[in-house]
Design a binder for this molecule. Structure first.
Ligand code: PHE
Length: 452
C-alpha cells in the first residue's frame, strides 16, 4: 500500500495485500461516510476546522492528540525511540509539532494518485476535506529536507482507521529515518559501504535478499546507476545493522543466527522500494518500508542536488515483540503498574500485573443494501469506530464470526463477536450490557443496520 500495513503492528490486514502493487487503476477511494455526529467545528490548539462531509474524527481520537507517548522517557515507545536514536548517533532527532496536516502534505506532495486507497474516508481521519490526521511520518519528509537536514530521525504519532484486535489501534507511532548526500559527497559511499559491510560480516546474521532491480522496481532515470546502487547498498547495510542491534541480543541467544529478509515493495515516493522482515518466533515479521527517495520530491524540497534513502518503521509492533507486550492497548493505559516497570534506555520484558476476564457479546445484523439510492456502502472500519467511540479501550476485539446471504431476498447478514476486557480491572456485566446496547443504538441510527 502506500502504507505498509506492516507498520501497524503484527496481524496482517486488508491493506497489506496491495503493498507491493502500484495503485494503478486501483479501486478508487471507498466512499464510505462515517461522518461524526458532532455539530460544532473542531477547535484544536487555537485553530478552527469547519466541519464538512469528510469530517470523521471522533472524540476518542481527539483525546489522543496530546498524549505524546513517544516523549515520555519511561514509556516503551520512547525507550525504543532513544535506542534507535543512539544507534544512528549522527542523525538529528526531529519531533513534529502537530499531527494535523493538509491533504496536500500527507498525500499529494508524496505522489499519491487522487484515487489511492490510502485516502479513503474508511481508512483515514479527516477533520475536513483539506485536513487529515497524519497517516504516516513520510508526510514530514519534504519539510525536513527543507530545513537542510541530511541525516535525521523523525518520530511521531500516526492515525489510521482500523479493525479492532490486540495488535491494531487507530493511533500508533512511526519513526522515519533518512540519509541524503549532496552530489559532491557521493564518492564517499563505496568506502562507507565497505566499512559497514565488514562490521556486519562479524554478526551472526543471515540476510535473504529477494529484491531485485527491475522495470517494476527500477533505479530512477535521473540517477547514475552506480550512485543509485551505492545508495541502495548503504540503505540495506544501515538497516541490517539497526535490526541486528535491536533483535540480535535476544534472537541469537540459542546460538542461531538472526534472519533478515528484503523484498520488493512499492511506495509513490521511493524507487527502488523495499520492505524488510525479520524471522521471529517461527514467522516473518514485517518491520519497515524503505527506498531511494524519488528525486522530484527532493527537488520540490529545494534540495535538487541531494539524493539518498529513507525508511519508515512502526514502533508499536517492534515494542510488542522486544518488550513482550501482549496487547496494544497497554501502551495507552494510565495504570502506573505499566509505566513503572520500565527504565529509560533499557529493553526489559513486561510483567503482566494481572489478566482480567473477558466479557463477550455476539450480535447479528442485516447490512444496508448499498445498491439502493442514498444508502452508504457498509465498511467494517466504520462499525469499529462506533464500537471504540462507545467502549474506548474496554473493547479488545471485534471479530467477524459468521456471514451469509439470504437465498431469497439477497440480503447480507453478519455476526460479530465483541470481546470486552479491561487491562486494569474487572468489568461488570451490567456495564457491558449498557455499552453493548449503546453500540446497537448507534449502529442502527448511524449506519442503518437492522438487528436480526
Ligand atoms: N510511509 C511508509 C508507510 O507508512 C513507509 C516508508 C517510509 C516507505 C519511507 C518508504 C520510505 O508504510
Amino acid at each position: 500500500m502506500m502504507f505498509l500495513r506492516s507498520l501497524q503492528p503484527i496481524a496482517s490486514c486488508s491493506r497489506s495485500a496491495s503493498r507491493i502493487l502500484p495503485p494503478v487503476a486501483a479501486r478508487g477511494p471507498r466512499l464510505t461516510r462515517f461522518v461524526t455526529t458532532r455539530t460544532t467545528p473542531y477547535h484544536i490548539n487555537g485553530q478552527t476546522y469547519p466541519l464538512d462531509d469528510h469530517s470523521n474524527v471522533p472524540p476518542t481520537i481527539l483525546a489522543k492528540l496530546d498524549r505524546n507517548l513517544h516523549l515520555n522517557p519511561s514509556h516503551p515507545i520512547s525507550i525504543l525511540r532513544s535506542i534507535i536514536e543512539s544507534h544512528f548517533s549522527t542523525f538529528t532527532p526531529v519531533t513534529p509539532s502537530s499531527p494535523i496536516l493538509t491533504v496536500t502534505q500527507n498525500f499529494d506532495d508524496l505522489g499519491f494518485t487522487p484515487d489511492h486507497p490510502g485516502r479513503a474516508l474508511s481508512d483515514s481521519y479527516y477533520l475536513n476535506k483539506n485536513h487529515v490526521l497524519r497517516t504516516h511520518t513520510s508526510a514530514h519528509e519534504i519539510e525536513t529536507y527543507q530545513k537542510g537536514l541530511n541525516q535525521w530521525l523523525l518520530t511521531a504519532d500516526v492515525y489510521r482507521r482500523d479493525e479492532i484486535d490486540s495488535s491494531h489501534y487507530p493511533v500508533f507511532h512511526q519513526m522515519e529515518g533518512a540519509s541524503v548526500w549532496p552530489s559532491s559527497e557521493l564518492y564517499k559511499l563505496p568506502q562507507m559501504n565497505a566499512e559497514l559491510a565488514s562490521k556486519l560480516a562479524e554478526c551472526p546474521l543471515i540476510i535473504e535478499d529477494t529484491s531485485s532491480i527491475s522495470p517494476e522496481n527500477p533505479y530512477q532515470k535521473s540517477h547514475d546507476p552506480e550512485h543509485a546502487a551505492q545508495i541502495t547498498q548503504h540503505l540495506k547495510h544501515s538497516l541490517n545493522s539497526l535490526i541486528f542491534r535491536l533483535f540480535g541480543p535476544i534472537a541469537t541467544k540459542d546460538g542461531e543466527p538472526l534472519r533478515i529478509r528484503w523484498i520488493d515493495a512499492y511506495f509513490p515516493f521511493t524507487s527502488p522500494s523495499f520492505e524488510v522482515e525479520v524471522w521471529w518466533d517461527g514467522d516473518w515479521l514485517e518491520l519497515l518500508g524503505s527506498g531511494v527517495m524519488q528525486q522530484p520530491l527532493l527537488n520540490r524540497a529545494g534540495v535538487p542536488d541531494k539524493s539518498g534513502w529513507a525508511f519508515g518503521l512502526g514502533l508499536e509492533r517492534l515494542c510488542m515483540v522486544l518488550f513482550s507486550i501482549p496487547d496494544i492497548r497497554l501502551f495507552w493505559t494510565e495504570d502506573p503498574r505499566f509505566i513503572s516497570q520500565f527504565t529509560p534506555g533499557q529493553i526489559t520484558p513486561f510483567k503482566p500485573y494481572s489478566k482480567y476476564p473477558p466479557v463477550t457479546r455476539d450480535v447479528s445484523f442485516w447490512i444496508p443494501d448499498a445498491s439502493k439510492k442514498g444508502v452508504t456502502q457498509w465498511h467494517e472500519n466504520d462499525y469499529c469506530e462506533i464500537v471504540r467511540d462507545v467502549a474506548g479501550d474496554l473493547v479488545e476485539t471485534v471479530q467477524l464470526i459468521d456471514e451469509f446471504t439470504h437465498p431469497k431476498t439477497g440480503r447480507r447478514s453478519k455476526t460479530y463477536r465483541l470481546t470486552y476486557r479491561s487491562m486494569d480491572r474487572n468489568l461488570l456485566n451490567d456495564e457491558i450490557s449498557g455499552l453493548q446496547s449503546e453500540v446497537e443504538r448507534r449502529t442502527i441510527s448511524e449506519m442503518g443496520i437492522e438487528i436480526r
